[in-house]
Structures are given as structure tokens and as C-alpha cells.
Design a protein around this ligand. Structure first.
Ligand code: PMP
Length: 444
């Protein structure tokens, strides 16, 4: 299409990102958006395809391959199509159908949703909770219902896109602090409450600190005890996103609060998703009765969007009951122990091989640093060819020079599967010369 010759005219897609996407991403696009099939369990089915030399297009060969799955967020191994959850979900779909066809205000609030909200609150150890059909919308739609113009948000620089969007939509002033750096957070808090003018009142209506439990690209765990100390000292509120920590860490699988042995009621807003540990989809907000009542009435996600599909709600109820031991077995406990063992074993072995990893030893998110964009493409292709599916991440999701592969561990991985994956990774590591170090990896 001919571009109009008008001074200052900019074509719709002309940005640095689009330049990058066109020249770099197009050449490595076979590493992303690969169609898959079946259950995203310990193994998964990937659809075979071939691309031409320049990777402009794909031809589907009609075949498929089964590979070890280290790409899905299936921490507790609840993504399955058999067993107690699957049977209860099947029965629920028979009883309720697939959709509720309405928002919770408009005859879309099932007895099952009521049961789920109560169960989530019990799981978290808070007064009440409410659920949203999408994790992303839980952040982006609820933060604007809590803070607005005249408020200040202090947001970790590595917060997820859904948190960033929620903060922007709120209209509050946003300041970011260095990732998990308590010194920088305190500096921002101090500056926020010290008025340059003679003090007559606090300059901000509300100050909200926004952090995640486990950071999904870094595998780091928030320094929650210190964040809580600072929020109390400076009379701020705390919004904690536990998407990657609920179910996945802590002796009882109750997230980062459980991990540090803290009181969940000290966190003002507990947010999390069901997409990862519970093999379902959607998100929740938990906290005081007053908070949850307010959001049920005022949040866009509660008023203007259909409530959760019954089958999904049942998956959450069934898996949470197992985790709470309400099924009369110790299955939940076993899954937590298995995930912890798998995580520590996998991380330790990779470090012994000389790979540079990010994150905490108990984080089931394991980023393996490669640094160069060309290496992530090769890593992805080689691992699929050798029977292992793993996510690779580069710019713009990470800084240009911090490209990485990201392994997500699961309680459903057996030791044999871990050993096989370690061997594959070691071989590719030799091929790509990415066993950079025998030294201690950086930790946050
Ligand atoms: N918060 C965080 C920290 C996330 O990593 C994600 C997505 N992985 C979300 C929220 C959004 O959750 P969902 O994928 O369930 O929409």
C-alpha cells in the first residue's frame, strides 16, 4: 500500500517492536505459537510442521509427536482428563451445561460459584474471596476499583503485564521500584510521604504496593516479610499476585505467605489464578469481608462479564478439596512434596552442569540464561527434535541480552522424566556453548 506523503505521517505499525518482530521474530517464529493437542500433562502432543528456509510459512505434515512437557504451568499436576477431578467436572457439565450465560449480577451466580468462593477463602485463610473467569482480567479490572486519581502505586519493575495494565487503567500515579529491592521500595515510600512543603496532610489518598509471589520470568520469590514491614511502617496497602506461587510453594501449598509462615490477613489484597496449580482457568481476589463486598459491587469484572464456566469452577472446587485433604486422602500433601523435590533436584543438577539459572531454589519456574536471541531459537528447535517441549523467552518479554529458556516443573514429572530432560538439556548446552559457569548463580 502506498504511504501518503504527508510530513510527520507515521505508518500504523512502525515501532521499534515492529522492526524487531519483522526482522528477528519472523526468523524464529517457529519457536512460538506451535499448535499442540491433548492434555498439557507431564507429556504433551505437538503438531508436526515444517517451515521453509526463511521460516516465512509453515506446512503441516499431518503428523504429531509426544514430547516431555516443561512448558505448561501445571505445578501440582492437576491438568488431567482422568481421576476424581475429571469425573466431577464431567458430571457438572452434565448438570449445568458449559456456560452460565450471564454475569454474577444477572442470574449468572451459581450455587457452585458460592461454594467455590467460600472454598477459596478457606484455602487462603482470609475472610472472603470472589472469583473471576480470567486471571488477566482479575488484575486489570480490580486494581482500578481500588485506587484512582490522587493515589500512588509502587509497582515492582518486573510485574506482569496484567498488573501493569490494571495500574495504568486506575489513573493513579505509578512509580516502579527495582525488582525485589527493599531499599528502593523504602526510598520510594519515604519520598512519597515527605512533602516538600510544610506538612499539613499526607500527599496521597492511598499508597498501594503491588508485587508478585513468584516472578514468572525470573523464578524469584518476593521478600514478603520485608514488604509487610514497610507497608505497615508507611501505612500503605499491599496487593499480592500469587499466580505462580499459590499451590506451588509453601509447606501446605498456600503460596508465599505460607512459605514465610506469615498471616494471610496482613496482606490487604490477595490475588491469584487457577490457571497454574489447579489445572483450571480464572483468578480470585481474597481479603477482608469489606474488600470483597466492595469488589463484588464495583469491579468491572464482577458486573460486566459472564461468570466462570461451571466445569471450570468444578475443577477448582475438586482440586482445592484434594489440596485441603477434604477428599480424605493425603494426595494433596504428596503433590506438594513431589513438586518441591522435583524443583530442588532439577535446579541443583542444572547448576552442577554449569548452566546459569535465575531464581530461588524452591521456585518451580526455572529460567536458564542463554543471553543471545539466536541461541534461544536453536535451543527450542533442538529440544523439540530430541523430545522435550520448553518455552523460550526473548525481547520484548525480557531485555534483549537476557534471553532464556524457561522450564516449569510439575508434581507429575517422574524422576526418569527429569533425568531424561536433564540429559537433553546437557547435550544442547554443549552444542550451544551455554554452560557458562560453575560459579554460584545470581539470586535475588
Ligand atoms: N498474573 C501473573 C503474575 C501471571 O504470570 C499471569 C499469566 N501467566 C496472570 C496474572 C494472568 O493469568 P491468566 O493466564 O490466568 O489469565
Amino acid at each position: 500500500v502506498a504511504e501518503p506523503k504527508i510530513p510527520g505521517f507515521v505508518p500504523l505499525y512502525q515501532t521499534w517492536e515492529s522492526f524487531y518482530s519483522w526482522y528477528v521474530y519472523r526468523r524464529i517464529q517457529d519457536c512460538f505459537c506451535r499448535p499442540v493437542s491433548g492434555v498439557p500433562g507431564a507429556k504433551m502432543v505437538v503438531i508436526d510442521r515444517e517451515s521453509n528456509d526463511h521460516r516465512w510459512s509453515f506446512q503441516y505434515t499431518g503428523g504429531h509427536s509426544t514430547v516431555l512437557n516443561f512448558g505448561s504451568y501445571n505445578y501440582l499436576g492437576f491438568s488431567q482428563n482422568s481421576g476424581p477431578c475429571a469425573e466431577e467436572v464431567e458430571q457438572t457439565i452434565k448438570n449445568y451445561g458449559v456456560s452460565v450465560c450471564g454475569s454474577r449480577q444477572e442470574l449468572g451466580y451459581l450455587d457452585l460459584h458460592k461454594q467455590m468462593d467460600r472454598l477459596v477463602a478457606d484455602y487462603l485463610g482470609v475472610e472472603d474471596a470472589y472469583t473471576v473467569p480470567m486471571g488477566f482480567a482479575t488484575n486489570s479490572m480490580n486494581i482500578p476499583s481500588l485506587v484512582g486519581k490522587g493515589c500512588l502505586i509502587l509497582s515492582d519493575e518486573l510485574n506482569h503485564a496484567s498488573l501493569i495494565l490494571g495500574c495504568r487503567l486506575s489513573g493513579a500515579k505509578i512509580k516502579t521500584f527495582k525488582h525485589n529491592c527493599m531499599k528502593d521500595l523504602e526510598k520510594n515510600l519515604r519520598e512519597a510521604i515527605v512533602d516538600k512543603q510544610p506538612r499539613t496532610h499526607r500527599p496521597w489518598k492511598k499508597i498501594l504496593i503491588v508485587v508478585e509471589g513468584v516472578y514468572s520470568m525470573e523464578g524469584s520469590i518476593v521478600k514478603l516479610p520485608e514488604v509487610l514491614r514497610l507497608k505497615k511502617k508507611y501505612k500503605a496497602y499491599l496487593y499480592l499476585d500469587e499466580a505462580h506461587s499459590i499451590g506451588a510453594i509453601g509447606p501446605h501449598g498456600k503460596g508465599v505467605v505460607d512459605y514465610f509462615g506469615l498471616n494471610p490477613r496482613d496482606v490487604d489484597i490477595m490475588m491469584g489464578t487457577f490457571t497454574k496449580s489447579f489445572g483450571a482457568v480464572g483468578g480470585y481476589i481474597g481479603g477482608s469481608q469489606a474488600l470483597v463486598n466492595h469488589l463484588r459491587l464495583y469491579s468491572h469484572s464482577a458486573i460486566y462479564s459472564s461468570s466462570m464456566a461451571p466445569g471450570v469452577a468444578q475443577q477448582i472446587v475438586s482440586s482445592m478439596n484434594i489440596m485441603l485433604g477434604r477428599d480424605g486422602t493425603r494426595e494433596g500433601e504428596k503433590r506438594i512434596q513431589q513438586l518441591k523435590w522435583n524443583t530442588r533436584y532439577f535446579r541443583r543438577r542444572l547448576q552442577e552442569m554449569g548452566f546459569i539459572l535465575y531464581g530461588n531454589k524452591d521456585s518451580p519456574v526455572v529460567p536458564l540464561l542463554m543471553f543471545m536471541p539466536s541461541k534461544i531459537a536453536k535451543f527450542s528447535r533442538e529440544s523439540l527434535n530430541r523430545g522435550m517441549g520448553v518455552v523460550v523467552v526473548g525481547f520484548p518479554a525480557t531485555p534483549m541480552t537476557k534471553c532464556r529458556a524457561r522450564f516449569c516443573l510439575s508434581a507429575s514429572h517422574t524422576k526418569e522424566m527429569l533425568d531424561e530432560a536433564l540429559q537433553i538439556t546437557s547435550d544442547i548446552g554443549d552444542l550451544l556453548a551455554i554452560k557458562y559457569s560453575k560459579a554460584e548463580p545470581p539470586s535475588y
